[in-house]
Design a protein around this ligand. Sequence first.
Ligand code: SIN
Length: 308
Amino acid sequence: MDLSTTIAGVHFSTCLMNASGARCVTQEDLEQLGESHAGAIVTKSMTPLARSGNPEPRYVSFDGGSINSMGLPNLGYPAYATLIPGLRRFKKPIVASIAGLKPADFLEAVSAINDAKPDLMEVNLSCPNIPGKPQIGYDFQASEELLLRVRDLAAVPFGVKLPPYFDPVHHEAMAEVLSRVGVSFLTVINSVGNGLVLDPESETVVIKPKGGFGGIGGRMIKPVALANVRAFWKLLGDTVQIIGTGGVETGQDVFEHILCGASAVQIGTVLVDEHVQVFERLERELAEWLKKKGYDSVNACRGKLKEL
Ligand code: SIN
């Protein structure tokens, strides 16, 4: 079974990789991804300065999903620029995730990380967890302005990680931005921002930052993730490859993302729960699903969802 894929001209031996944020902050995390069956190494979203992130508890998983308000804890781009060349020994694509608290942060990180030569850059416009900083991806004009400036600087193909959209008008508006800018790929979706999970026994929220509000991930967001993959696939077709993210627990979930139009799939909550061994299981389960449905490759199945 051919589980390989191509994103922006870069070959991935399997279409499964970590979502930025899940077990990818430290050198040890990144090396474990390198040693695992993951098809790529995606870094934590990096900012100019190292950040310890929001106060704990800031991540809780529960039956059906997870809530997080990590607050972009990361080593800072100078550290990742130093680490990336060493990660090449794992012989799989390296995706540098870029974030910032203001537009200049993104540009600084893109310029600096160019020299480390990641295979791709994923520009994160969708972190919901920085108090006072709205998700850029919900502001179409600000997104376009920033991405145009990134385009001028990036020396490797870049894509964008987007928040979930809930209205076709918003999918259309963002697809137009992406087409005008000419981004190479998009990753949808980041967590469903600013959900609230509570414990009725103790009558408290379960995470500390932002009064308990945080990004929701895991099984319960799969329909939202699939809808976003499908909507962008219908709008953009083969011009921009889609990395589906959200709600993937099993090979069936990966198969569904691919049917909707994803060329690759990222794993978040279940990677946190199951560690890097999850990639081997998902690979096996995906191969079983593809075989059962008569496909010989990820590519053959991509976008084949039927409508009634
Ligand atoms: C975080 O670090 O708060 C999560 C990152 C993200 O949602 O992009």
